[in-house]
Design a protein around this ligand. Sequence first.
Ligand SMILES: Nc1ncnc2c1ncn2[C@@H]1O[C@H](COP(=O)(O)OP(=O)(O)OP(=O)(O)O)[C@@H](O)[C@H]1O
Length: 235
Amino acid sequence: MADSFLSIRDLTLHYGGSQILNGVDFDAAQGEVTCLMGTNGVGKTSLLKALAGTHPRSGGDYDLDGQSIGKLKAFDLARKGVAYVPQGREIFPFLTVQENLETGFACLPSGERKVKDEIFDLFPILKKFLQRRGGDLSGGQQQQLAIARALVSNPKVLLLDEPTEGIQPNVIQQIGGTIRILKERGNIAIVLVEQYLSFAYDLGDAFVVMERGAVKLSARKPELSLEKLTASTSL
Ligand SMILES: Nc1ncnc2c1ncn2[C@@H]1O[C@H](COP(=O)(O)OP(=O)(O)OP(=O)(O)O)[C@@H](O)[C@H]1O
């Protein structure tokens, strides 16, 4: 078992009076892809929002690299290295690709605000389309832009919410290749919410299956087979 880098204990989250997460325990290691699975509405997106700080946590402990960060809000979590690629990508349609990438800088000191060449090595299409508006890109290109925008902040944790949703098969393979490269670099803990099971299983090292706001199964490959994962997620 790899060392836990990101650790959540007994996390709870509410929307108004509705309790959505009921004491979630969750770990993710650097250099690994930890897949967060489960049917629609079990709370996967809510868990990512809690990790990114875009929705307040109601309770629980949250540690990153041995430091307690449970009290921090989204901007400070981003400064600590937590990057979030939300479901639906949420790129800015009227900003250019370059400007979209620059929005990822907000949490960095001014001396570090540069898009490194390695981002364009991962996503060459973005270099070609730097002056194109985000809204004029295809869905797959927008997904690449959303991941690239998260990477410009040099994150330690990358939270990806359904990156294959609505994307053509050839681009899905490209995105899978990019996630694999990031994992092999070994310095990012990648948390992947994904309904596309074989894609997730192929990339994943550890799997957390949720049910009604709680963890139903936590297991690692190779002990967990694709068949068992499929059965436990009921997808
Ligand atoms: N802003 C909100 N206000 C109230 N309830 C919400 C809000 N967002 C989500 N919910 C509810 O919280 C529950 C968990 O939703 P969440 O989006 O986290 O699930 P999910 O597992 O990511 O589902 P999906 O795969 O459909 O995205 C659902 O019952 C949903 O209706």
